[in-house]
Design a protein around this ligand. Structure first.
Ligand SMILES: [Zn+2]
Length: 199
């Protein structure tokens, strides 16, 4: 096996599908007894799944039954979920990853799946309710000016990241919006406050 500093193996979170370095994701495997186990050292063999160190993704994994399904496990004990939740908090801190950016992208992806995401200037313009606008930090001047008419998010995200999160990888998505009344907008704003607290 060759190793060089620039090579970062990428994996997708099994729950929100956001891609990231596998070292920033938690790997969970199925034990021989058919229970999920956190692969702390990243060396356990067997059927595995990656998940963001993020309570949002863990909650969804739990509610949707997706993790159990991927691992082929029938019932996941409540103790496992609390263990995973506390492990994920330490994991994120220890790795000092940009958790709030990952969380923002995951929330955008989830809001798209929920059908509340507005993509592009025209869709935002034609929407009649109040919205939270997120524009890319590398967007054009006209998009920046347009965004100035709305409540915007100060958190930084690139066009590439925004495109991927909005389900259009490589399509140059420069601006998106969510209804301010949606739970996702509230979560994104709360996440943004957390990112300010980290700075
Ligand atoms: Zn995730």
């Amino acid at each position: 096996m060759t190793n060089n500093a620039k090579h970062v193996p990428l994996r997708s979170c099994s729950i929100c599908r956001v891609k990231g370095s596998k070292y920033n994701l938690i790997r969970i495997v199925r034990s021989p007894e058919g229970q999920p186990v956190i692969d702390i050292a990243g060396k356990l063999p067997g059927r595995g799944a990656y998940i963001c160190p993020d309570s949002e993704c863990i909650e969804l994994a739990k509610k949707s039954g997706k993790l159990a399904h991927i691992l082929g496990v029938r019932n996941i004990a409540p103790e496992f979920w609390s263990e995973l939740e506390s492990f994920s908090k330490n994991f994120a801190e220890n790795r000092n990853i940009d958790l709030t950016n990952r969380r923002l992208r995951a929330l955008i992806g989830l809001s798209r799946k929920a059908g509340v995401l507005l993509i592009g200037v025209d869709n935002i313009k034609n929407f009649t309710h109040k919205v939270l606008v997120i524009s890319a930090n590398d967007c054009s001047e006209s998009v920046r000016n347009f965004a100035g008419n709305y409540q915007t998010l100060t958190q930084s995200i690139s066009t590439d990241e925004l495109s991927e999160a909005a389900g259009s990888p490589g399509k140059g998505v420069q601006i998106i919006a969510l209804p301010l009344s949606s739970g996702f907008a509230k979560k994104i704003l709360a996440n943004n406050e957390r990112s300010i607290a980290f700075e």
